[in-house]
Design a protein around this ligand. Structure first.
Ligand code: FES
Length: 160
């Protein structure tokens, strides 16, 4: 057996896991842990649908090997609300999720978990103070429906 033991904190929950060395963080989340909110679009770092937060920093989980994240704290879309400490969002949502709802910042919704994790990560990074900067900072997250105007509206609302 070539599997390797790693420990991760996922959405606040400590997990001891056995993973193959080639398993991506994305496949671990979706296939092993049933956290299917995180989406697989391209599986090679082009679309951003698989974005999650690793120690507060946004990461394309399709490009990250799970073994390399041993000891890390991972937040997926399922855990975003828990980050906001019952803050400003309505219905128990993270404020960014609430803003996406309010601004209709999606059509089909496939890219939305990645857009949300990426926008929260972008806020942690502390840049993006104008629409142009937000567009630039979010350029790794593709939306095939072209909902970009509403996505930027939602993010601006939270940053304001
Ligand atoms: Fe990871 Fe597209 S699935 S960037």
């Amino acid at each position: 057996d070539t599997r390797v033991g790693i420990s991760l904190t996922i959405n606040g929950q400590h997990r001891e896991l056995q993973v193959a060395p080639w398993t991506t963080l994305l496949d671990l989340l979706r296939e092993t842990l049933d956290l299917t909110g995180t989406k697989k679009g391209c599986d090679h770092g082009q679309c951003g649908a698989c974005t999650v937060l690793v120690d507060g920093v946004r990461v394309n989980s399709c490009l990250a090997l799970a073994v390399m994240k041993d000891g890390a704290e991972v937040t997926t879309v399922e855990g975003l609300a828990g980050l906001s400490n019952g803050g400003a969002g309505s219905n128990g949502l993270h404020p960014m999720q609430a803003a996406f709802v309010e601004h209709d910042a999606f059509q089909c919704g496939y890219c939305t978990p990645g857009q949300l994790c990426s926008s929260v990560g972008m806020m942690n990074e502390g840049h993006a103070h104008s629409r142009d900067e937000i567009r630039e900072a979010m350029s790794g997250n593709i939306c095939r429906c072209g909902a970009y105007t509403n996505i930027v509206d939602a993010i601006e609302d939270v940053m304001a």
